[in-house]
Design a protein around this ligand. Structure first.
Ligand code: NI
Length: 398
């Protein structure tokens, strides 16, 4: 009965949610700068008559929808709101109006979806018991991540949700479907900054100096053993170096210094920090043995994201009930990272993927590219399913 109401409302609000998504898409803001976006969200909640607090983690907004008083259970729905430093190449009427900034990770879709779901939930609040917390979170794309800041500022208290749900657009999955995976799903991600110091000089006289290029070559090769020899094969791990530069240097000049940048990703907190120690040891010992110096600075990023298995199983059943069994698929693990991981480390959480691709319409570009877009048909499903999952979660009693 409530499912039919939710479906009817999701169809009724579809056009409005598309308009919201397009507004957000045209006015993207970078991480930690989502001032207008925060105000826009607050204004929409105001319009719907949903109480909210604005200014958590600066631009974050938290709304509350109280159902009937039959339960003190609280569940949370989260959307990230920030955009990326990318110049949009799509020729669409809702193209970004801000040169060099683009919602290329679908956070406009996440935000519009949570607003749509909130509007539906507010309409049916006399049909469920408990409370729904709406978390509009800034700064997902940049360390230290808005999730960690919101949690520090108390977003998981007063009232404290017992479960949390989030979604992410997924171009490889066709519109109409969702995907999920119980257990470990996304990786922790740490940034590596390596500086190798030697002593430069004439390339014809290497014996007079210390060649940081050769030291770097050895370090790069040796670091490969972190994943190939040290990591337990049962723990997914990736180490990639994506940037290498020497300061100075030429065909006939040995430089003083080489700088590298990379990423280390895995899915086990203990191994993660053990790997950091080993990487530093390898870099230091090799440089030292060759007469130079190495400094490996590791910027610790998001932890790994784990989907609580029993909760994710329930989400799967509820989603199948709402969408049909054939539209809910199981996904492989991903070595990308997401700051929703912080919530998942703090409480039972489920992060699922919303199908947004449509090869027939040519909508296939991956996220974080300048041609990324979504099939907006995804929005009615997205808002209805989010509302449905929240209502079903509140019905569930331990
Ligand atoms: Ni994203």
């Amino acid at each position: 009965m409530i499912k039919e109401t939710i479906k009817a409302l999701s169809n009724a609000y579809h056009e409005d949610v598309i308009a919201i998504r397009r507004h957000l898409h045209q006015h993207p803001e970078l991480s930690y700068q989502e001032k207008e976006t925060g105000l826009f969200i607050a204004q929409k909640l105001e319009e719907y008559g949903i109480p909210y607090e604005h200014g958590i983690a600066d631009n974050g907004v938290v709304g509350l929808i109280h159902g009937r008083n039959g339960s003190d259970k609280v569940t949370a729905l989260r959307a990230d709101i920030d955009a990326l430093p990318i110049l949009e190449a799509n020729d669409v009427p809702y193209k970004s109006k801000k040169e060099g900034i683009m919602h290329a990770c679908g956070h406009d879709v996440h935000t519009a979806s949570l607003l749509g779901a909130a509007r539906i939930l507010n309409e049916v609040k006399d049909q469920f018991d408990g409370t729904i917390k709406l978390i509009f979170q800034p700064a997902e794309e940049r360390l230290p991540g808005g999730a960690s800041i919101m949690i520090k500022e108390g977003v998981l208290e007063n009232p404290a949700p017992s479960t949390i749900f989030g979604q992410h657009v997924h171009p490889p999955l066709e519109v109409g479907k969702i995907g999920l995976r119980p257990g470990k799903y996304m990786a922790s991600a740490d940034e590596l900054y390596l500086t190798v110091k030697g002593q430069g000089g004439h390339a014809a006289l290497p014996h007079d100096g210390i060649d940081p290029i050769v030291i770097t070559a050895h370090i790069i090769t040796a670091l490969q053993q972190i994943v190939s020899r040290n990591a337990n094969p049962a723990i997914p791990s990736v180490l990639s170096l994506g940037k290498i530069n020497s300061t100075g240097g030429a065909t006939n000049i040995i430089p003083n210094e080489v700088k590298l940048e990379g990423t280390f990703r895995t899915m086990n907190e203990e191994w993660r920090f053990e790997a950091h120690r080993r990487m530093k040891k390898i870099a230091h010992s090799i440089a030292e043995g060759m007469g130079g110096e190495a400094d490996l600075h590791i910027l610790v990023g998001y932890p790994f994201l784990v989907n609580d298995a029993p909760l994710t199983q329930k989400v799967r059943q509820r989603a199948e009930e709402y969408l049909g069994k054939e539209n809910v698929v199981e996904l492989p693990i991903r070595m990308t990272a997401e700051d929703f991981a912080y919530y998942s480390q703090a409480m039972p959480a489920c992060f699922y993927r919303l199908g947004t691709g449509n090869p027939e319409k040519g909508i296939t570009s991956p996220i974080h590219t300048n041609t990324f877009d979504v099939d907006e048909e995804c929005l009615s499903l997205s808002i209805g399913l989010m509302a449905w999952l929240a209502v079903k979660e509140l019905e569930e009693r331990e």
